[in-house]
Write a protein that binds this ligand. Structure first.
Ligand SMILES: *[C@@H]1O[C@H](CO)[C@@H](O)[C@H](O)[C@H]1NC(C)=O
Ligand SMILES: *[C@@H]1O[C@H](CO)[C@@H](O)[C@H](O)[C@H]1NC(C)=O
Ligand SMILES: *[C@@H]1O[C@H](CO)[C@@H](O)[C@H](O)[C@H]1NC(C)=O
Length: 234
């Protein structure tokens, strides 16, 4: 065997596996996460003045803090700022860009591995686009899921979301305290495939990073059998 053909054989043997390795680092799903300001503020001690679902983030299912040298720069998303301020507010500190910077570093730099999201402008504008497309707040209202002092059954909320969008969402509540008679609706995750079509949230793999975020935040998947409190602004 000549060196040349041996080398070609070597290439043939190694290239496919190299391809698989780099592919396995790529995310396969995007999670658009929205939170309910009153519930968020009950955990974070802020003063909610917003009564619609706001963006928490757009999270790939793989990777966290993928490129620490890619700094957040708000002048690259200047045209988006009015939309961001209204629909992706930092509920703790509304005047700062801290929340966006955090989401960019933690999740945006990983989402940016895909060409469709490989700039700050692409990432933030896509998140806003998906948020508007879902229009979750209107969908819930339309089907009479409105903030109320009366509790809902979990299935009432779940059915509206899953019937309307045709996919399984991940609906999260604040961990109920001992002896509580209801859990508090906190956050709703709706998932997309890499081409931005709706996808079930349970499908896919490697959600460990995202689940770590959940645990830290005091949220978990709502209990099917416990009443749900969807808190109005107080
Ligand atoms: C909520 O309050 C902040 C200041 O604390 C203000 O910037 C923002 O416009 C208010 N939002 C609404 C919807 O009233
Ligand atoms: C990280 O971001 C910097 C700044 O945008 C860029 O030059 C670099 O290529 C990125 N690194 C990787 C591994 O994507
Ligand atoms: C931020 O982005 C703007 C517009 O692209 C650019 O002019 C500026 O140099 C950037 N600032 C930093 C610190 O990279």
């Amino acid at each position: 065997m000549t060196f040349c053909s041996a080398f070609l054989l070597y290439l043939a043997a190694t290239l496919p596996s190299a391809f698989v390795i780099s592919n396995s680092n790529m995310w396969t799903k995007l999670i658009l996460t929205q939170h309910w300001p009153s519930s968020f503020c009950s955990m974070e001690h802020c003063h909610p003045n917003i009564s619609y679902w706001t963006l928490h983030g757009l999270w790939p299912d793989k990777g966290i803090n993928c490129n620490s040298s890619w700094h957040f720069n708000s002048s690259q998303i200047e045209d988006l700022l009015p939309d961001m301020e209204k629909n992706w507010p930092d509920l703790v500190d509304p005047a700062s860009t801290r929340f966006w910077k955090y989401e960019w570093h933690k999740h945006g730099t990983c989402a940016a591995k895909a060409e469709s999201l490989n700039s700050q402008h692409k990432y933030f504008s896509k998140a806003l686009e998906l948020y508007h497309k879902l229009d979750l707040d209107s969908v819930l209202r339309k089907f009479n899921i409105i903030p109320s002092e009366e509790y809902y059954k979990f299935s009432q909320i779940e059915v509206v979301i899953e019937n309307f969008y045709g996919v399984k969402a991940k609906i999260q509540c604040i961990h109920p305290s001992k002896n509580a008679d209801a859990q508090i609706l906190g956050q709703i995750e709706i998932c997309f495939s890499p081409d931005f079509t709706l996808q079930d949230c349970e499908k896919g793999r490697d959600l460990d990073d995202v689940m770590a975020v959940d645990r830290a935040s005091g949220l978990s998947v709502c209990d099917h059998d416990m009443p749900v409190y969807y808190p109005p602004l107080t």
